[in-house]
Design a protein around this ligand. Structure first.
Ligand code: GDP
Ligand code: GDP
Length: 435
């Protein structure tokens, strides 16, 4: 099912450099309209055809010199709880420090797979020096790597991927899976509880419940669906409550096992970087999304309050604006049913398949109305388009010079698809291929 790999270690050993290399991310995405740098501590990666999630724990800690050992300790504990595999990064150029020893002490107690990564082994002398790390008292092999030049990362990934538990999903029911996600205190538990109690026809039935997820089965509107929810949603782990990082970490597995995620925001706080991080995880996993602005009962309203609020949210989530936004109160149950209906629509949108002939009829007109801009005197001709048979909407456009089609034109194509068919709430991929 899901495989979550966490990178841990003290500051400056090269965790984020390794994260960037493994996730293929180069730099933080800056949303200019909003002036917010989105955290890029979460990535989706693939090795030998196996997908996994990768998390850089360090980025959520303060970057100051006097970083508390306590902060690192907390993050390592969370990584142990939430991840399947842990990359424990050390710096060969610096050797073993007291903080490294402290981290090793925590990791020694876990049953999860821990990989000892000797980073900054940029040359053969340093690769040899990595043997020093066998003395830190962890079981298993030391993997000398260089995050900067990439050497050794292949062997490391071979080992990590080979150890994955590739058990299929435990409940095989082919029903829409809906999850409620969001920061602490936005109203996740209140919403789930309000829904569970909202109608006596709802059948709550625990199927495929595992240590860390509860699957509740619902019957409503002639639909059967499953509400996916981590144990943490209802049962609050008090120790971590203060840690925003924890809520993001906690969301990952839930998001991965859902088809549609309802991202809950707190109307009294608006949308913040943490919310955008969770949204990024949803988009990276290509899951459907509904945005629920909760605690709407607490907001002083004037004529345009809702419209303005909605507009602000759309600007912040740009370019992926085509998302349902619903204003709710879990307290008064206002519009909670609408949230569910909307989530089911998004589910339908996510599995929508457009017949190739219909797609080409419409899109050829859209392309004729605005041809891709010619580049270096070359005329770019898109010959046809087809929707690929993937689980989430992906469109391939075939053309003579694919490398000349840039992002703005791809966005035009995506917008045209969205204008003609309903893909609301669903991230979309556009590929351009040579033909
Ligand atoms: P983090 O605090 O653990 O996330 O560490 P960073 O990824 O920010 O890296 C700390 C410093 O080490 C940066 O200056 C990196 O460029 C450098 N660094 C990271 N990986 C390597 C490596 O493989 N070789 C060398 N020579 N430097 C590295
Ligand atoms: P969670 O941490 O996301 O599960 O949030 P909770 O469901 O525990 O809610 C946090 C707090 O917000 C609790 O005190 C709730 O009673 C309150 N709350 C949740 N939803 C609403 C709402 O729609 N309106 C108001 N006024 N309070 C709410």
């Amino acid at each position: 099912m899901s495989n979550i790999v966490a990178i841990v270690g003290r500051p400056n050993v090269g965790k984020s450099t390794l994260f960037n290399r493994l996730s293929g991310t180069r730099k933080a995405i800056v949303n200019e309209t909003a002036g917010v740098t989105r955290d890029r501590n979460y990535g989706k990666s693939e090795w030998n055809g196996v997908e996994f999630s990768i998390i850089d724990t360090g980025g959520y800690a303060t970057n100051s010199e006097d970083i508390f050992e306590e902060e690192i300790r907390k993050q390592v504990m969370i990584a142990i709880e939430e991840a399947d595999s842990i990359l424990f990064v050390l710096d060969v150029q610096h050797g073993i420090t007291d903080l490294d020893t402290a981290v090793a002490g925590i990791l020694r107690r876990t049953k999860k797979k821990v990989y000892l990564v000797a980073n900054k082994a940029d040359n053969s002398d340093l690769i040899f020096a990595a043997n020093e790390f066998y003395s830190i008292g962890m079981n298993g092999q030391v993997f000398p790597i260089s995050s900067v030049n990439g050497s050794g990362t292949g062997d490391l990934l071979d080992a990590v991927v080979a150890d994955f538990d590739i058990k299929p999903n435990d409940d095989d029911e082919n029903l829409p899976r809906i999850a409620f996600v969001g920061r602490p205190n936005v109203g996740k538990s209140s919403t789930v509880n309000a829904l569970v109690g909202i109608d006596r026809n709802i059948v709550t039935d625990v199927a495929g419940t595992t240590r860390d997820s509860i699957h509740t089965r619902f019957q409503k509107f002639g639909h059967d669906f499953i509400m996916v929810d981590t144990a943490g949603v209802r049962k609050k782990p008090k120790v971590h409550e203060d840690l925003e990082f924890y809520s993001v970490m906690r969301s990952i597995r839930t998001i991965e096992s859902a088809d549609v995620c309802v991202l809950i925001l707190d109307a009294t706080r608006g949308i913040e970087a943490q919310d955008l991080s969770i949204l990024d995880i949803i988009i990276n996993n290509r899951k459907g999304v509904v945005i629920m602005i909760n605690k709407w009962d607490l907001v002083d309203k004037e004529t345009n309050t809702m419209k303005e609020f909605e507009e602000e949210i759309r600007n912040r989530i740009a370019p992926f604006r085509d998302v349902p936004i619903i204003f709710t109160s879990a307290l008064t149950k206002q519009r909670l049913i609408q949230v569910l209906e909307s989530a089911l629509e998004v589910y339908e949108n996510r599995i929508r398949k457009i017949p190739t002939s219909e797609l080409n009829n419409v899109m050829q007109k859209a392309i004729a109305a605005l041809n891709p801009p010619a580049l270096k005197g070359k005329f770019i001709k898109i010959k046809y388009v087809t929707q690929l048979p993937t689980f989430a909407p992906t469109f391939a456009f075939y053309c003579n010079l694919p490398q000349y089609i840039k992002d703005p034109y791809k966005r035009y194509l995506e917008n045209q698809i969205r204008k003609n068919w309903s893909f609301t709430g669903v991230p979309m991929q556009i590929f351009v291929r040579k033909k």
